[in-house]
Write a protein that binds this ligand. Structure first.
Ligand code: THU
Length: 160
């Protein structure tokens, strides 16, 4: 028997001003996307914005449904659009801003498990790390250097 240890490291920034300008811009786009989210059932609004290698920014937000499981998270709304419209463009980074309208969300909100799996698909496909920045509607910003960093030992195409 042997034990396998997987370690994860994050950077946590106290202020948006501590981040590079392109990242600040991406967070702003995610914030704008969040404001247009359709989340009448949870009142938890999420915006995501991703930057392609050609400089284009694609954003998306959560789209809920009266039939709850038919809704979709912001991250997947954004990345599926990018994958369908720009299939050959690498995704450099994604910013995610999430928060409830019922109470302040002041800590970084990481992507859900299903979104990690979906983002991982594109990271594996492009064979290049996708940076992730995520935050609440204010407060600290968390940075992960890749999707793999928050979804180690992933199920991917190599096993099929
Ligand atoms: N949600 C996202 O958009 N992204 C996540 O990573 C987690 C959850 C959405 C789904 C649902 O509309 C609301 O947040 C509450 O779960």
């Amino acid at each position: 028997m042997k034990k396998i240890k997987i370690e994860t490291t994050f950077d946590v920034y106290d202020s948006v001003e501590d981040l590079a300008i392109p990242v600040q811009k991406l967070l702003k786009k995610a914030t704008e996307a969040r404001e247009k989210a359709y989340a009448p059932y949870s009142q938890f609004l999420v915006g995501a914005a991703l930057e392609l290698e050609n400089g284009k920014i694609i954003s998306g937000n959560n789209q809920e449904n009266a039939s709850y499981p038919s809704g979709l998270c912001a991250e997947r709304t954004a990345i599926y659009y990018a994958g369908s419209e720009f299939p050959n463009q690498k995704i450099l980074r994604m910013a995610i801003v999430a928060g409830s309208t019922k109470n302040p969300t002041i800590k970084p909100i990481p992507p859900c498990g299903a979104c990690r799996q979906a983002l991982s698909e594109y990271e594996v496909k492009q064979n290049t790390a996708m940076e992730l920045y995520f935050m609440g509607t204010s407060g600290q910003i968390a940075f992960s250097k890749s999707v793999e960093n928050i979804l180690p030992w992933v199920f991917d195409k190599s096993v099929l």
